[in-house]
Design a protein around this ligand. Structure first.
Ligand SMILES: NC(=O)c1ccc[n+]([C@@H]2O[C@H](COP(=O)([O-])OP(=O)(O)OC[C@H]3O[C@@H](n4cnc5c(N)ncnc54)[C@H](O)[C@@H]3O)[C@@H](O)[C@H]2O)c1
Length: 254
């Protein structure tokens, strides 16, 4: 029960890694605000957990919209009275498109969810943390935040941006009681897919052989990413700040 009396907010909560983070924080004693843009899936998750007696509430929000970010943070403070942990986990893929073929629409869509979203949430959560005397942020970056060959250009840039956001916040606010760390999952068994539409053929043909040749054969389960996130948010990581943690079975070591 290492998060007893603490309140965690998790974005992208209705599926995959986010759902596992919600379940992990609840199991460890936190009250949780589960945030997602897909209303039906979020309600199914939250109603199921509440039926089991969990201290969880749902909030439908698009992390790319500043007003939605305001309301998701207000849900934490109005429902549970405070906010201790922010997990910026919502993210989308980019069809593996290389730079010259990235439409402005694709660039904006990916950057708005994957990078602008975490920035908006951090920007509004930090004042809450400062007023409370501290807080914790854990961002979900990616193997594509560490190397250039794991996705297309927009996704890669967005996840490298999350690494920079994480380090900058750790640097500027560490001395005022705010820790900010990131996990970089390799392949994880989730429904993330490749962005909904047909992938960029040449981009996919360039990325996939590299991934298959370099990545470990076993992909992670969402619970393994959630465990690393819970560790970084916990007192066990009390002096870990600005860390960028690969959770990839050793892929980045290769
Ligand atoms: N699955 C992988 O292999 C993998 C690898 C590295 C990093 N990641 C990262 O992990 C995070 C979670 O991905 P996942 O694999 O669990 O994917 P997923 O698709 O299973 O879950 C992502 C969730 O985010 C939600 N979401 C998308 N856009 C949103 C928005 N604008 N506002 C609020 N919610 C939104 C979706 O509805 C979905 O429920 C993402 O940031 C992703 O980039 C995943």
């Amino acid at each position: 029960m290492r998060f007893e009396q603490q309140v965690a907010l998790v974005t992208g909560a209705a599926s995959g890694i986010g759902r596992a983070i919600v379940q992990r924080f609840l199991a460890d004693g936190a009250a949780v605000v589960a945030v997602d843009v897909v209303e039906a899936a979020l309600h199914t998750l939250v109603e199921g957990l509440q039926a089991d007696g969990a201290k969880v509430t749902g909030c439908v929000a698009n992390v790319a919209l500043d007003a939605d970010v305001t309301s998701m943070l207000a849900t934490a403070t109005s429902t549970f009275g405070r906010l201790d942990i922010l997990c910026n986990n919502a993210g989308i893929m980019d069809l593996m498109t290389p730079a010259a073929d990235v439409s402005l629409e694709l660039w904006e869509r990916v950057m708005s969810v994957n990078l602008y979203g975490p920035f908006l949430a951090c920007r509004q959560a930090i004042p809450i943390f400062l007023e409370q005397g501290g807080g914790n942020i854990v961002n979900t970056s990616s193997e594509a935040g560490l190397r250039g060959g794991a996705a297309g250009t927009a996704y890669t840039v967005s996840k490298h941006g999350v690494v920079g956001l994480t380090r900058s916040i750790a640097f500027h606010y560490g001395e005022r009681g705010i820790r900010c760390n990131a996990v970089c999952p390799g392949g994880v068994a989730t429904a993330i897919g490749i962005g909904g539409a047909a992938p960029h053929e040449a981009g996919l043909a360039r990325v996939m052989p590299f991934v298959q040749a370099s990545a470990p054969s076993r992909i992670s389960q969402p619970e393994e990413i959630a465990a690393a996130i819970a560790f970084l948010a916990s007192k066990d990581a009390s002096n870990i700040n600005g860390a960028i943690l690969p959770v990839d079975g050793g892929w980045f070591a290769a």
